[in-house]
Design a protein. Structure first.
Length: 206
């Protein structure tokens, strides 16, 4: 009986109102030293990588790939701004991806801050469920780090939600070092993103 009450339309509506009225999230900021990379354990899968084209975004918009219509729209907007997406391919199938932001770091959707030229920000790393546990994200990161090193980047920056424990562990196993936090606060439709000034200055090389 209790389980039915939790799933009732009234309870669902109350939960929706609470989440959309007040929400707090903490992101941990990680940095990877591309000049002194730790050993990255390879994936056992046969993977290849390629640069995502704008038309590819439509092919990864299903629930399987964690892409809603709003996420697809945001990705296309960022693509047009110069962001790049690297796709992981297994047997001609897209099984994961990671995005590289151009000259900025994301505090939240559509709220970006500039970072130093020696750094690059990666975001929205994703692997479909059936391929998780095969170090696909490691392989993507390794490919992206090699690509960015060739472009003169010395540090790779990313952020992971405090609630996403698997991704936190994955980043730390790879050798990413936690260097700061972002606090996201949502209240009555307003949004506020906070990063300590010293941490932002560090990322901007000031």
């Amino acid at each position: 009986m209790k389980e039915k009450n939790l799933k009732s339309p009234i309870v669902q509506k109350i939960n929706f109102l609470i989440i959309n009225t007040f929400f707090v999230n903490k992101l941990f900021i990680y940095e990877f030293d591309a000049e002194n990379p730790e050993k990255i354990i390879p994936s056992p899968l046969n993977l290849s990588f390629r640069l995502c084209q704008r038309c590819d975004i439509d092919s990864i918009d299903s629930e399987l790939y964690d892409y809603s219509e709003s996420a697809k729209h945001y990705s296309k907007h960022q693509f047009d701004q110069g962001d790049r997406c690297i796709l992981a391919i297994n047997n001609d199938r897209i099984i994961g991806y990671v995005w590289i932001m151009k000259n900025n770091m994301e505090l939240s959707i559509h709220n970006h801050v500039p970072i130093s030229a020696k750094r690059s920000y990666i975001y929205k790393g994703f692997v479909i469920n059936e391929f998780r546990g095969n170090r696909v994200l490691n392989a993507l990161d390794k490919y992206v780090i090699g690509l960015l090193k060739q472009e003169g980047k010395k540090f790779i920056v990313t952020s992971v939600s405090f609630y996403n424990e698997p991704s936190l562990r994955a980043r730390e196993r790879m050798g990413f070092r936690r260097i700061g936090t972002i606090l996201q606060i949502r209240f009555l439709g307003l949004k506020y993103d906070y990063i300590p000034k010293k941490q932002l200055q560090y990322l901007q090389g000031l």
